[in-house]
Design a protein around this ligand. Structure first.
Ligand code: 5GP
Ligand code: MG
Ligand code: MG
Length: 182
């Protein structure tokens, strides 16, 4: 375990098993179709890579990078800015949005509204983590890997100050690492 981590909440093995399970569900959902899988950078990258390798249908991949303005490192402000847009037209497509975590839900609410405006045929959301206690926007994932408590988690794509994304598990930082910022 990394020295900055206080506790591991979800192990590498648990994540792998969950990716397999979610991949099987997605295989059923998209059988005979050609969905566009959209990874929300950068946090969703490890999850996207692992879950999509468990999906047996054809699919296309694209990425979107968004940031929310003005919040601290640990809370989303709700004002979403597009840093990198898709290279693919979504009109008439079945979209699978892949997220690392839903907290306030503001980022996903924005993306879903944007893709509806762009005339997507269907929108399915899969998120590795769900933190329902943080929700302020009205949004619900179709598929959730794990529910997490109201704690700031890192690892497996999730960062603090751009660090810890490469940890293979989901954990909680020691408070002294972030100096108690909220
Ligand atoms: P939301 O818009 O739902 O509040 O959160 C969107 C983004 O905030 C997530 O995709 C993630 O990048 C970040 N975020 C929310 N909660 C956490 C957390 O507990 N840990 C980390 N590292 N990032 C989080
Ligand atoms: Mg994210
Ligand atoms: Mg972050």
């Amino acid at each position: 375990m990394h020295n900055d981590i206080k506790e591991i909440l979800i192990t590498q093995e648990e994540i792998a098993a969950k990716c397999k399970e979610l991949g099987e569900q997605l295989t059923k959902e998209y059988e005979g179709r050609f969905p566009l899988a959209i990874g929300v950078l950068k946090g969703a990258l490890p999850f996207m890579s692992d879950v999509l390798r468990e999906v047996q249908t054809h699919l296309e991949m694209d990425f979107m990078d968004v940031s929310s303005y003005g919040g601290t490192n640990m809370k989303s402000s709700g004002e979403v800015k597009i840093l990198k847009d898709l290279n693919t037209k979504v009109e008439g497509r079945d979209l699978l949005i892949i997220e690392d975590i839903i907290d306030s839900g503001l980022t996903l609410r924005y993306l879903v509204d944007l893709f509806k405006y762009r005339k997507a045929k269907s929108i399915t959301i899969v998120t590795l983590l769900d933190k329902p206690s943080g929700r302020t926007a009205q949004i619900k994932a179709d598929l959730v890997g794990f529910e997490v408590p109201d704690e700031f988690v890192v690892g497996y794509g999730l960062d603090y100050d751009e660090k810890y994304r490469n940890l293979p598990y989901i954990g909680v930082l020691k408070p002294e690492v972030y100096g108690g910022e909220e």
